[in-house]
Ligand binder design. Structure first.
Ligand SMILES: Nc1ncnc2c1ncn2[C@@H]1O[C@H](COP(=O)(O)OP(=O)(O)O)[C@@H](O)[C@H]1O
Ligand SMILES: [Mg+2]
Length: 398
């Protein structure tokens, strides 16, 4: 029996999953023949155990057929790639924050920021250490609503101290920009800014960081979910069908991003007339219940339209703090209680885990991005963007 007859026999062994044989692939190395004994080394590309086992079985059988009674096959395979730690246990670039709450909505103007502000304050009033991150980079309204408009944060090296109001730590792109200034950023820059908001802001050891998202389901949401394990997602909607359609997308996004869904806040649900305190139906009421059922979640609060909410937002005097006896303040308190109970439940069941939504491209670079990015702490662009940089929220694929 010669090397050639051995190679001929091994040509009958195809590489698992391919039509090509292992000789044609060039995997057969080091053939040593001694009477009826043979040892062969296969230098293969797969590290999968089942591939190795199948090759050994088939090759042994082929070599037995041509007369070898003792067959010894060694397989040289690459080491299994080491799992990155974040794809095993999830990634958290702000580990001193215990829980993250993503407040999202399908469309703008439904009361996402108002909800974020009032729920954050309500949780702080219930004794929790709370932060409020305004991740709505293009429409940062939190500083005005929290009454810290125009207040500049203290900078320490390349870190930024959050601003404090109503017992809540706050950070917003609005606090880092000049009033009225527009940001024209592409998707990868938004993603970078979200990461820096989490990593480079000197948040205390917070129980909860409430994150007011831009409307929709885009780069900011994905980047947040990949950077920290989001404990709870809340979607804010108004009761009209057109808004509900969009909130379904938002709920679907939570599922796709493996974010536990705390529930829906039905905002502008009925109207409380300031002169008579009576509640009447304007946009509809109770329409969110079936949507919540569809997504196996709950309506955690119904907040009516109340002029005090809008005034509180415009003047930086949130209703939950300044008008705690109002009906809406009570409902925000209930929403906060429900949210905290949900967070406890998620943690009791093992906590949130974002390992399955980790990027396959480097952090801050969207899969199809050309790689333009904001290089330092969230800050305004130094120059007017070039046409290449000015495509807004797109991912940069042209
Ligand atoms: N329940 C409510 N009653 C009265 N006004 C409200 C209510 N919710 C929100 N608003 C007002 O509606 C406007 C849009 O709300 P906002 O929170 O900025 O929405 P979003 O962040 O979703 O764009 C704001 O002026 C806010 O004060
Ligand atoms: Mg907003």
């Amino acid at each position: 029996m010669t090397q050639d007859s051995v190679l001929d026999a091994l040509k009958n062994v195809t590489y698992p999953g391919f039509t090509k044989d292992i000789v044609a692939f060039g995997f057969v190395k080091d053939i040593k023949i001694e009477d009826a004994n043979i040892s062969v080394t296969f230098d293969i590309t797969s590290s999968a155990d089942e591939v190795k086992a199948q090759l050994i079985t088939e090759a042994t059988s082929e070599l037995n057929k041509i007369g070898f009674s003792k067959v010894d096959i060694a397989i040289k395979a690459p080491e299994a790639p080491k799992q990155m730690s974040n794809s095993v246990s999830g990634k958290n670039i702000a580990p001193h924050v215990k829980n993250f709450v993503m407040v999202s909505s399908g469309k703008g103007g439904v009361g996402k920021s108002t909800t974020s502000v009032n729920i954050a304050i309500a949780m702080a009033m219930q004794g929790k250490k709370v932060g409020l991150l305004d991740a709505d980079i293009y429409g940062p309204n939190i500083p005005r609503m929290m009454g810290v408009d125009g207040q500049k944060p203290q900078i320490e090296g390349n870190k930024v101290h959050p601003i404090k109001a109503y017992g809540v730590e706050i950070m917003s792109m609005g606090s880092l920009m000049e009033p009225g200034e527009a940001l024209i950023w592409r998707g990868s820059m938004i993603m970078k800014a979200i990461e820096q908001f989490l990593r480079d802001i000197l948040w205390s050891e917070l129980d909860v960081l409430v994150i007011d998202m831009p409307p929709g389901t885009g780069d900011a949401q994905l980047s947040l979910a990949q950077s920290v394990p989001v404990t709870a997602g809340i979607t804010v909607t108004t009761p009209q069908e057109v808004s509900l359609d969009d909130s379904r997308r938002s709920l679907n996004m939570f599922q796709k991003l493996h974010i536990p869904t705390a529930g829906i806040i039905e905002n502008m649900s009925g109207f409380i007339c300031p002169s008579c305190d009576e509640e009447s139906d304007i946009f509809g009421m109770g329409t969110t219940e079936p949507v919540a059922k569809e997504y196996d979640t709950n309506v955690i609060a119904r907040i009516p339209i109340e002029p005090a909410i809008r005034i509180g937002g415009d003047t930086g005097m949130p209703v939950t703090y300044h008008n705690p006896d109002s009906e809406t303040a009570k409902r925000y308190q209930t929403a906060a209680t429900n949210l905290l109970a949900f967070i406890d439940k998620v943690n009791a069941e093992g906590g949130a885990d974002n390992s399955s939504v980790q990027p396959t491209t480097p952090p801050g670079v969207s899969a199809c991005s050309t790689g333009a990015s904001a290089s330092t702490a969230p800050k305004k662009p130094e120059k007017t963007p070039t046409s290449d940089e000015s495509c807004g929220t797109g991912c940069g694929c042209h």
